[in-house]
Design a protein around this ligand. Structure first.
Ligand SMILES: C[S@@+](CC[C@H](N)C(=O)[O-])C[C@H]1O[C@@H](n2cnc3c(N)ncnc32)[C@H](O)[C@@H]1O
Length: 207
């Protein structure tokens, strides 16, 4: 793994199309700093975070849809949060991200600060199943990456707040880890369209 190169490491890439991709190229000093923080997190911490290509996909989705409000379940130390934050910095949007582990939440806050994204991201500490009850407003995009059996509860809570044309992305969607009630919900509702690519489900709320 690389450290201090200003580039996130690429050793965590996992899916088949990856050979065709190239590492991210920073646009400016701001992105350069964020990529360096991402690289440092990967090099120094032993937690499970999204692979770089998934993080980039999250940023691409959030920025291209002009997202103003993104909700993430499972902050960990903030890799996916930084990628989402990079997109939301451009759209003038905000990420609210939930983490039950106080050490990880603290580390994530520190990482967001280092990446210059503190004003774009709010970390809510505690059990997201409880804390989400206080969330109000319209949501453009949801990223599920916490307790897998909890995805269905998060979906049910957030779906009424998701705008038409909004997206729900969920991580660890593979035959071993996908939770059947969640899969049933995102694949049988006529108002939802879902594809699964590289362990990530992407669901569109049609209307
Ligand atoms: C796979 S990690 C998230 C990785 C993160 N999205 C990233 O890519 O940087 C899953 C996180 O979900 C958190 N988590 C699990 N259950 C939770 C709950 N009920 N409420 C909030 N966070 C939870 C765990 O503590 C863990 O840090």
């Amino acid at each position: 793994q690389q450290r201090g190169t200003g580039r996130a490491p690429s050793g965590d890439r996992s899916t088949g199309d990856i050979e065709l991709e190239k590492p991210p190229v920073p646009l400016d000093e701001f992105e350069q700093t964020a990529l360096k923080v991402l690289g440092d997190i990967q090099a120094n911490q032993a937690f499970r975070n999204v692979p770089e290509n998934d993080g980039r996909l999250l940023r691409i989705m959030a920025q291209s849809m002009g997202a103003k409000n993104v909700v993430e379940l499972g902050t960990s130390t903030g890799i996916s949060g930084i990628w989402l934050g990079l997109g939301l910095k451009e759209t003038g949007g905000h990420l609210t991200t939930y983490e039950i582990d106080s050490d990880r939440a603290a580390k994530a806050r520190e990482n967001f600060k280092r990446a210059g994204l503190s004003d774009v991201i709010t970390v809510v500490e505690g059990d997201a199943h409880e804390k989400l009850k206080d969330f109000t407003g319209t949501v453009d995009m949801v990223f599920l990456d916490a307790d897998k059996e909890g995805y269905i509860d998060y979906l049910n809570t957030l779906m009424p707040m998701l705008r038409p044309g909004g997206l729900i992305l969920a991580h660890n969607i593979n035959p071993r880890m996908a939770h059947p009630p969640f899969m049933e919900a995102i694949t049988t509702d006529p108002n939802l369209d879902t594809v699964v690519r590289g362990g990530m489900s992407i669901t569109l709320k049609k209307k």
